[in-house]
Design a protein around this ligand. Structure first.
Ligand code: BES
Ligand code: ZN
Ligand code: ZN
Length: 501
């Protein structure tokens, strides 16, 4: 879908559908009132009847009889004006696209608010309208062989500004930025949506390498023999049970000042988590193809940074492997020696994510990073604690956590902090090794982070547990049912905020 900003006489603008926003309350904007008048009052009738109140994401469709140039008018509720946010604008944009997906409309024009009483700029509005619209359009149907099951794609979306309004250049700039970010999120969603027989560690590496050439960042893939040389015993331990070769993907985007220390993103890349010898129950096991969502987010964040040409130094590390119970699989009771030299007693082979992340966190030391952020579908306990409403946040630096929380509010990808007190660290003490890989029934998200904490000792570090947010089984306005691409917009915003500090 192509997106552009235009300045037009809205009533005389030809389009398959004109999207308009309406806050709760009696009065609409000047534009909405003009359209209402031209259509003989149908919009106000919908409101007077009580059918349409303007609640967030409410919709009403009208068909014009030639009284304005648009074929249809889609009115979208924006909620209370006082409570309006950029994420609500993103949602309303997504809702509109969702409603038009199945219609015979290929060229759309949106007049959703481009500024509200100075709360946000035209550039920000353009960005979130583009993000919400494009992300709502996401569809993963490449494995369907019957074409008619695919919805007809929408070809163009015009962000229309009335002739008297200012800020068209900013609106266009924001829209193009939003389009690039949405494209990167879609890369993550595609990787996550693919079944595990397609999205193997080699596939992740191949896609990352392909995009690196196009966008000008460096992709290096470490093979099993390289991991052996580096003594990545924890990652290799997990990989043992599968005949699919593990890959350690290193992406380097160095477009910042020479002396600027890089940010490192570490993403969990378990392309299928059966649980290994501590095997998971069959119902729902298919969802474990999403256990590389952190890795996908790390790859997509570098893609976004390169595509937006952000002037910074950024590294992504993705330890990628399957977790299967093959005949060579690691077993409960095994003791693994990690790259750091610390030993880990394996008491449950399903707690594999923390093991592969541990070696990646040690590898990160060589960059002398500004900060390391890891992102992983790490614990079922996080789903229990926060559901799909927030990503779990833990870490060893207050400033870093604060900045991430802020980026979470700004992007609508909300985070919730859990404590990482020393008393929790007691739970992973082992009788026979330096630590054990599970900490008992209580506080599972925290004890998993407590293990990572033992490897993230040389830099500022934050951990994002996206087990509950990576996959949406219901669907939301700009996130159709399935892979969310969680963390990409958040991390891009965090990096941008750090640039402007
Ligand atoms: N990949 C899972 C965590 C997960 C659960 C992600 C649900 C997405 C949705 C992880 O590797 C795992 O299996 N964790 C175990 C740890 C336990 C054995 C201590 C868990 O959470 O049950
Ligand atoms: Zn597991
Ligand atoms: Zn896992």
């Amino acid at each position: 879908m192509e997106i552009r900003a235009l300045r037009k006489d809205v009533l005389n603008h030809k389009t398959d559908c004109l999207i308009i926003g309406r806050f709760e309350g009696r009065e609409g904007t000047e534009l909405v009132e003009d359209i209402n008048k031209a259509l003989g009052g149908v919009l106000s009738n919908a409101i007077k009847s009580g059918d349409f109140k303007g609640e967030l994401n409410q919709i009403a469709m009208f068909y014009s009889a030639g009284n304005i140039s648009a074929k249809r008018v889609l009115m979208v509720g924006l909620g209370k004006k006082k409570e309006f946010t950029l994420d609500k604008l993103r949602q309303a944009s997504g809702t509109a696209m969702g409603a038009l997906k199945q219609k015979r409309a290929s060229s759309l024009s949106t007049t959703l608010p481009q500024s509200v009483n100075g709360i946000f700029s035209c550039e920000e509005a353009g960005q979130v309208i583009a993000e919400g619209s494009l992300l709502a359009q996401y569809d993963f149907s490449e494995h369907k062989t019957k074409k008619k099951e695919k919805p007809k794609p929408i070809k163009t979306l015009n962000l229309v500004m009335a002739l008297r309004q200012k800020g068209i250049k900013e609106l266009e700039k924001g829209a193009q930025k939003g389009a690039r970010i949405a494209e990167a999120v879609s890369v993550a969603r595609n990787l996550i949506s693919q079944p595990a027989n397609v999205a193997t560690p080699s596939h992740l590496a191949a896609i990352a390498a392909e995009r690196s050439k196009e966008l000008g960042f460096k992709a290096t893939v470490l093979e099993k023999k390289d991991m052996e040389k580096l003594k990545m015993g924890a990652l290799l331990g997990v990989a043992q049970g599968s005949s699919e070769p593990p890959k350690f993907i290193v992406l380097e985007y160095f477009k910042g000042k020479k002396e600027a220390k890089p940010f490192v993103i570490v993403g969990k890349g378990v392309t299928f988590d059966s649980g290994g010898i501590s095997i998971k129950p069959s119902p729902g096991m298919e969802e474990m193809k999403t256990d590389m969502s952190g890795g996908a987010a790390a790859i997509a964040t570098v893609i976004a940074a390169a595509s937006l040409k952000l002037p910074l130094n950024l590294v992504a590390l993705i330890p990628a492997t399957e977790n299967l119970p093959g005949s060579k699989a690691y077993k409960p009771g095994d003791i693994l020696t990690s790259m750091s030299g610390q030993t880990i007693e394996v008491l449950n082979t399903d707690a594999e994510g923390r093991l592969i992340m541990a070696d990646a966190l040690t590898y990160a030391e060589r960059y002398e990073p500004e900060a390391v952020i890891d992102i992983a579908t790490l614990t079922g306990a996080c789903v229990v604690a926060l559901g799909s409403h927030a990503t779990g946040l833990l870490g060893n630096n207050e400033g870093l956590k604060k900045q991430l929380l802020k980026a979470g509010e700004e992007t609508g990808e909300r985070l919730w902090e859990l404590p990482l007190w020393d008393s929790y660290k007691e739970q992973i003490k082992s009788d026979v090794a330096d630590m054990k890989n599970i900490g008992g029934k209580e506080a599972g998200t925290i004890t998993a982070a407590a293990l990572l904490d033992k490897f993230a000792t040389k830099y500022h570090w934050a951990h994002l547990d996206i087990a509950g947010t990576a996959w949406d089984s219901k669907g939301a306005p700009y996130s159709p049912k399935g892979a969310v691409g969680a963390g990409v917009r958040l991390l891009v915003r965090f990096l941008e905020d750090r640039l402007s500090d």
